[in-house]
Ligand binder design. Structure first.
Ligand code: NAD
Length: 354
């Protein structure tokens, strides 16, 4: 494939961050948009200076033979059905996380992927954020040594930052519907953190946790999960806290992340993702009595641009991009195991979540 003809399905909030990387890619043309709120698709086309086809239904997109691939940016509960329909229609599929709320849905997606000769991947932008990628490279090279602890803490602020994008009407309503979501923030945002921690250090053996349930079915703070990785002497701690009255410096979500990886050779910090609270280099490593700082691109949009770039490149180069359905299933099992461990007040092994 020389050039990828892409359709964007869902032109809501995240499309503002997800699509620019496709617009910049010289081997990608965004040829079609679909959103049931037509005005939204038209507004995005104007913002992105595109003259796409505006389809009237998802089925119309799937019947459009000029569309090679779809990027699904729709409410999470729609993902399993849309992924399977698009693969069955012969389209390459990239879908925003989380891809499903149940393991049986991920199994159905895996069957559709196995039947198809097209590419499927989950758009997991954290795995393309340059400071997180730099940490991965340093772990893989052996610089950090044998890992013994991975910490990922997220602070949620009640005050909106100076957002560089609009939160669309309705974006919170579907998230707060407990009938169609497996959980709140620990599911929706936790997916990213679990994926990152597993990408760095591997599969999870068993989990213990406390998840706070909140009336809004979203913030779930404070929450903490602790797990042991499989086949290594390494633990992880995942923390969610809220600083409801604290305005947060940053252009994107009202959240701030800080990550710490301790290995036998040193301590590695990723000091930021979306938030811009600390005036620090994004990656810092202490080893041999020396503290070394690494500068990488660190604007959060780079994570989305990297994910978009890699989807197009993977289609052109005919290779599987990160994250495939098998990794996605493990991330979902681990995320759901966090809830089960809290509810049952027991250790839970992710592979028992079916
Ligand atoms: N990677 C990240 O950091 C990140 C951040 C935010 C959201 N997300 C994910 O992106 C997805 C969308 O979230 P959002 O915040 O953009 O939500 P949103 O509600 O702002 O946008 C969803 C859009 O999908 C449209 N839509 C509804 N039904 C549709 C259908 N049947 N077919 C096509 N379009 C349909 C809606 O009209 C809306 O415009 C979710 O799965 C969410 O978890 C990821």
């Amino acid at each position: 494939m020389d050039k990828v003809n892409l359709a964007i399905i869902g032109c809501g909030t995240i499309s503002q961050l997800n699509v620019p990387g496709y617009l910049e890619h010289e081997r990608c043309d965004v040829v079609a948009l679909y959103d049931p709120i037509t005005e939204r698709a038209e507004r995005r086309a104007a913002q992105w200076e595109l003259a796409p086809r505006f389809h009237e239904s998802f089925e119309d997109v799937l019947n459009d033979s000029t569309v090679d691939a779809v990027e699904l940016l729709t409410p999470t509960s729609l993902h399993p059905e849309q992924i399977i329909a698009a693969l069955n229609a012969g389209k390459h599929v990239s879908c925003q996380k989380p891809i499903a709320g149940t393991v049986s849905e991920t199994d159905a997606i895996a069957e559709a992927v196995a039947r198809s000769d097209k590419t499927f991947r989950v758009t997991e932008n954290f795995l393309y954020y340059p400071p997180i990628v730099k940490a991965k490279e340093m772990i893989e090279s052996g610089e950090v040594g044998d890992l013994s602890m991975v910490r990922i803490r997220t602070v949620w602020s009640g005050a909106e930052p100076n957002q560089s994008y609009e939160v669309e009407d309705g974006a919170l309503e579907w998230r707060q519907d407990s009938n169609i979501n497996a959980g709140g923030l620990v599911y929706d945002d936790g997916w990213h953190k679990v994926a990152t921690a597993m990408w760095w250090a591997g599969d999870v053996e068993r989990i213990s946790s406390i998840v706070s349930k909140t009336d809004d079915f979203m913030i779930e703070s404070p929450s903490a999960a602790m797990w042991k990785y499989a086949n290594k002497d390494c633990l992880a701690v995942l923390e969610y806290a809220s600083a409801a009255n604290m305005p947060l410096r940053g252009k994107y979500y009202p959240g701030d992340e800080f990550m710490e990886i301790i290995g036998s050779n040193g301590i590695l910090w990723v000091t930021r993702c979306t938030g811009e609270m600390l005036d620090m280099p994004p990656v810092v490593f202490h080893h041999d009595g020396v503290t070394t700082s690494y500068q990488t691109p660190m604007d959060w949009i780079e994570s989305f641009k990297g994910a978009s770039r890699d989807f197009v490149d993977s289609l052109v180069e005919e290779r599987q991009p990160n994250m495939n359905i098998h990794f996605a299933k493990k991330v979902l099992q681990t995320t759901l195991a966090i809830y089960e461990a809290s509810e049952t007040e027991r250790w839970v092994r992710p592979e028992t979540i079916t």
